[in-house]
Design a protein. Structure first.
Lengths: 60, 138
């Protein structure tokens, strides 16, 4: 079986998995885990989007 | 102030080496999240299992490359260390001779990175299971 993800899907899957692990392992309480996980997810995806737009601007 | 810091450091150094402090990381390495589950952190363990296994299997399905033990290029060695963190998943993958395809397109390279990151995330998960076992974390 072969799966082909586009760049954004791959970045989203990566961000989701890494954020869950970071949230659980880096914080003490459940509330803090959820907050930190969401923060990491936003940073991962936001960073990818910003980097994408920067590369688009540099290419023009 | 200095005394309390010294006492805390001594307390950290004197963390009791219980059976759980050895078993939880070992089980957690073999099966991602199992180190938490064995300590009755079912939800955390389940989430870690799903996250790490999904990332690894997706990497495999994307025709990612798996690294074997090698003494060559430094990036190959680091790739092997990353893959090794996935524990049981890595062993099964090697045993079945999966992940040996040539990287012919961009998403296959993503797959390779997915599997390395899955292993690295499992290392973090193992450390967390150990901290729970020695009572440093709830």
């Amino acid at each position: 079986m072969t799966i082909t993800l586009n760049h954004f899907s791959a970045a989203t899957v990566f961000a989701l998995s890494a954020s869950i692990v970071f949230g659980i392992t880096h914080r003490e309480t459940t509330r803090e885990m959820v907050r930190y996980g969401l923060y990491c997810f936003a940073m991962f995806l936001g960073g990818a989007l910003v980097a994408g737009w920067v590369m688009w601007l540099l290419r023009r | 102030m200095a005394d309390s810091t010294t006492e805390k450091t001594k307390a950290d150094e004197a963390a009791p080496l219980t059976v759980m402090a050895v078993v939880a990381p070992a089980i957690g390495w073999l099966v991602p999240g199992a180190g938490h589950m064995i300590q009755k952190r079912w939800i955390r363990g389940g989430l870690l299992f799903v996250s790490i296994v999904t990332l690894f299997l997706l990497g495999l399905a994307m025709q990612g490359h798996i690294y074997k033990a090698n003494g060559g290029d430094i990036l190959d060695i680091l790739g092997f260390i990353g893959n090794l963190g996935a524990g049981g998943l890595y062993i099964v993958t090697l045993a079945m001779d999966w992940g040996q395809g040539a990287i012919a397109f961009a998403t296959a390279d993503y797959g390779t990175k997915f599997m390395i990151v899955a292993g690295l995330l499992n290392f973090i998960s193992i450390a967390d299971a150990y901290h729970i076992a020695i009572g440093k974390k709830q």
